[in-house]
Design a binder for this molecule. Sequence first.
Ligand code: WQD
Length: 345
Amino acid sequence: MSKILVTGGCGYIGVHTIVDLVQNGFEVISVDNNSKSNASILEGAAQIIGQPIQNYAVDLCNLKDTEHIFEQNSDITGIIHFAAYKAVGESVEKPLMYFENNLVSLVNILKCAAKYQVPNFVFSSSCTVYGSPDTIPVTEQTPQKPAESPYGATKQMGEVIVTDSVKSHPIQAILLRYFNPVGAHPSSLIGEIPLGRPANLVPAITQTAIGKLPTMQVLGTDYDTRDGSCVRDYIHVCDIAHAHTLALNLLIDKKATVNPEIFNLGTGDGYTVLEVIEAFEKTTGVKLNYTIGPRRAGDVVAIYANNNKAKDQLGWAPAYQLNDMMSSAWQWELKLKNESTQKNQ
Ligand code: WQD
């Protein structure tokens, strides 16, 4: 059984990936200092897979502490590196915090992969590396434009760091460029736990619908799109998770043709903000209280994926539709509310 180290394993995509990996025969350990996550999410994962997940509460910016994990686990055959700060707005306010955390942690985990001879490395990247593309859908060859935020810049720089590192170390890497991960595991035992007021669309929708937020804004309806609101490629987090399992299998089976391999992870369908809200209302029967607000600085007008390479070479096929994304996100929000109600009783 291959042992995989998942960094950021208590995060939204990390925990869903851990579940998928274990259900597909991998042994998994997590490292997450819980600076932006809660270790309790692993309890939900344990309920789904029927076994506990070990988490090392280590800051990956501390090389000695990170090396200690590899000294204790000499049988790690692959690393999936999720751990990073990811709030676009916060990255604009605190760029140096983002560059230090996201890049030092990446350099350290790559140093360990080289030192402890871990041959397989999957890097969590993002469609944000494309910036504002001239043509859509974007393929993996679409030229990158300047990042719209320091967060996006750390993903562009991260890809360069991985690409240059594998040239001089026996590591085969895959870069996975997520579009907009949304939704929650069908069991509602794991999902996204935003810190503070959610910046992202779908948690803003579900928190408004459940009354945690009084209202929300559609940030701009004067764009050159079919209804004036921005277009994105929303992809179910479980589809994203399964792509990581397929990526590791490709690496372990030594079927990668270039190093690193790069894959877009999107459905290939673009939906506007207003269409997502309409899908939420139709799927859940809940009317959303929103207003039309001003554009948000840095927003890309429209982006969605050409996902043919992931389909052809990873054997990946997104299984969830937009209504599944909306219903699972809503069920998770209801679960969180029930939990907080029980705690307050
Ligand atoms: C989507 C659309 C908003 C909130 C970012 C990162 C990306 C990834 C996902 C980390 C935009 C609109 C939003 C609201 C709104 N992050 N919106 N009202 O900006 O496409 O992607 O988050 O992995 O890398 O770049 O996602 O969900 O913030 O916004 O109208 O209250 O929803 O303007 O058009 P985004 P988002």
